[in-house]
Design a binder for this molecule. Sequence first.
Ligand SMILES: *Cc1c(COP(=O)(O)O)cnc(C)c1O
Length: 381
Amino acid sequence: MTELGFSTRAVHAGFEPDPRTGAVNVPIYASSTFAQDGVGGLRDGYEYGRTGNPTRSVLEANLAALESGRHCRAFASGMAATDCALRAILRPGDHVVIPDDAYGGTFRLIDKVFSQWGVEHSPAHVFDVDAMRAAIRPNTKLLWIETPTNPLLSIGDIPALADIAHAAGAKLVVDNTFATPYLQQPLLLGADIVTHSTTKYLGGHSDVVGGALITDDADLDAAFGFLQNGAGAVPGPFDAYLTVRGTKTLALRMERHCDNAETIADYLTRHPAVSQVIYPGLPEHPGHVVADKQMRRFGGMISVRLHGGREAAHEFCSRTKIFTLAESLGGVESLIEHPGAMTHASTEGSVLEVPADLVRLSVGIEDVSDLLADVEKALGS
Ligand SMILES: *Cc1c(COP(=O)(O)O)cnc(C)c1O
């Protein structure tokens, strides 16, 4: 289906009207087991709900098509997908390079759990290809990147990082949660694996937690499938349904997220309470040129640093009315948070610690005039 346009794939890939009923949407197959026609006689390949479920299969086919990839495995959360990819590839004694501003949960899993099993890691600046290359060791099996990163919105050059990973005999994983396949398709840029928290833009309505791994490599997909079934961190059929319902409108939502974020980022650059606006769409962003090359637009996430440190950051977060103070991102509603005390509190005191005066905005699809007024009032102009 990759020859079709993005939104056509988003709406149609993975499902055709049900041949029996004509239902245009995939049924929620709430069944933990499937009847067999004689021992081993599976009707459509389904036997048990952890191993496979038709609603989940539709989600997986849809996400693979959106990332222009061949294979997808869906998981119960983004972290379950991350955990599966790490376990499928890394063995005791192996080494992984991660961004020094990686998603807090990813860093915590590698630093606190995988380290217990003899997996080593080195944080490096993802925007600095030479630093990423220098962090590679003879036992490096994986370059794990996000671009844009969370919450500092650093940009990694995907083709360049794929080259250095492959030259070292390692795989490149791209966490594409912030960009989404609408804005950026890492497999087409040389990455081996794309990972998602579908909880964010793909689901898009803050009503479901999920994750996914997409790859063109059949061996990797088989290893992911083995663990998906063997460890069992699978999404339920209703979760799969909600997520595939979300992806149908991804392109529309992303255009609006980008429109609104561009307007708000521009406004914030002129606000006296703001010391720095971090948004890849701004020409002064150090990753702007690379982002412009590999992304369609620049996304709905903005980080700002405020004069007045942690206190000013907390005040801003607690004063907005339309921007809801909450963790997570990528839903239709605008959210605001203080990474140092919320999503990234687990990185305090580590090399990954984020600045105390940093506030992260997930710009929703509301009317931008209302969002601007909300930010203006909360900052006190
Ligand atoms: C939220 C998030 C994750 C983790 O996903 P969950 O669905 O919360 O488990 C991983 N990476 C990034 C960039 C995220 O924003």
